[in-house]
Write a protein that binds this ligand. Structure first.
Ligand SMILES: *[C@@H]1O[C@H](CO)[C@@H](O)[C@H](O)[C@H]1NC(C)=O
Length: 357
């Protein structure tokens, strides 16, 4: 009897085991599946809701366009942490309440001399006769982004000064970004540099969204009677008024989605005053221009560079004053990576020499 009981108990136990593990498996699978479903629902909701949010709360576009809040977790006061040992960090006030973080990198051959030097030394070095580049960056992050460091390094190695600013609302600069604000900041920096550069060339280099700020600035200073010596546009876009299928150059992650154009209406863009009229500006500009663009640029397609090139050529009525440097798509530079091109220093040097003539 006792034995029997034991037997049944034992068999019960052996029976129980597989049942239990089965349940555990089923539970595991179902909780995994629940999370997948939740994820999918969240994605769908995001996809459906985002355009409506943009349509009805155009203020969100300000964040999307500038994405200025993204930081790189670096101490912007210490550019030497990033290998820029001949760079000074400084703050300029472009208008009341707006403090801008700026890095000034001197020509590389001065790196030893630059060790431990004061702000005044750097400021005075701007008048040493070497060309000065004002770099106006694109719409994400701050002046420490790798591709921005990359450009500063290329320019410095060529023996030029690189002055890289974070517009208002970017990096450690104060204030909120608007198109007018960005242009005000760039204009201020331009005049600040001009006041110290003596007879040196001052060249404005805009990248991505910064190309719009660059042409805005170039037109303004030209109207003030003191145009920049040259402008370089890297990864430039033509206009916010895009042809169909191309609502806004900085909504690239939505390009491939159906019917999305409707939501990025002109109204929302106008409400935020994102005009950045590169084409209109180019028609006024009389400064030598170099356009740098990678053929595999996924944010601002290469045809935009060709368009800019043909406009500038017809306006300047000169083949010499405007050049388009195309980088083969096989390098994979996309929108930000041109600074890696081994041929880039030569293109820049040649352009600077042509401007200096
Ligand atoms: C400082 O920077 C220059 C130029 O990039 C480099 O050649 C040099 O090795 C650096 N020196 C130190 C001590 O990091």
């Amino acid at each position: 009897m006792r034995r029997r009981v034991d037997e049944t108990a034992a068999s019960k136990r052996t029976e129980e085991k597989p049942v239990k593990s089965e349940t555990v498996k089923v539970q595991a699978r179902s909780s995994w599946w629940v999370w997948v479903k939740r994820g999918l629902i969240a994605l769908c909701t995001l996809y459906v809701a985002t355009p409506f949010v943009l349509r009805f709360f155009p203020g969100v576009i300000q964040y999307l366009v500038y994405k200025h809040a993204i930081t790189y977790f670096v101490d912007l006061r210490r550019p030497s942490d990033l290998g820029l040992n001949h760079t000074v960090n400084m703050y300029l006030t472009s208008e009341a309440g707006v403090t801008l973080g700026v890095w000034h990198t001197v020509p590389e051959q001065k790196w030893k001399e630059a060790q431990g030097k004061s702000l005044e030394w750097y400021e005075q070095s701007l008048g040493d006769g070497s060309p000065v580049f004002i770099y106006l960056h694109g719409n994400t992050g701050n002046r420490a982004a790798p591709h921005r460091l990359g450009v500063a390094n290329v320019l410095s190695a060529l023996g030029y000064h690189a002055v890289v600013m974070d517009y208002r609302g970017f990096g450690d600069s104060t204030g909120e970004p608007t198109e007018d604000g960005l242009t005000t900041d760039a204009l201020y920096l331009y005049h600040w540099v001009r006041a110290r550069s003596k007879g040196s060339l001052v060249i404005i280099w805009g990248h991505s969204l910064g190309t719009g700020v660059a042409t805005n600035t170039a037109v303004k200073v030209q109207e003030q009677g003191n145009p920049p010596d040259a402008v370089i546009l890297e990864g430039a876009f033509t206009d916010i008024k895009m042809p169909e299928g191309f609502p806004h150059p900085f909504t690239w992650y939505y390009w491939r989605f159906p019917y999305i154009q409707y939501y990025f209406s002109q109204d929302s863009i106008k409400a935020n005053k994102f005009v950045l009229p590169n084409v209109q500006n180019l028609k006024k500009m009389r400064t030598p221009l170099m356009i740098l663009h990678s053929k595999d640029d996924h944010m601002t397609p290469f045809r935009m560079a060709e368009e800019i090139y043909s406009i500038a050529k017809s306006v300047l009525k000169s083949e010499e004053k405007v050049r388009l440097v195309a980088f083969d798509g096989s390098h994979g530079y996309l929108h930000n990576g041109l600074y890696r091109d081994p041929g880039l220093p030569n293109f820049i040097r040649e352009f600077v020499q042509s401007v200096a003539k």
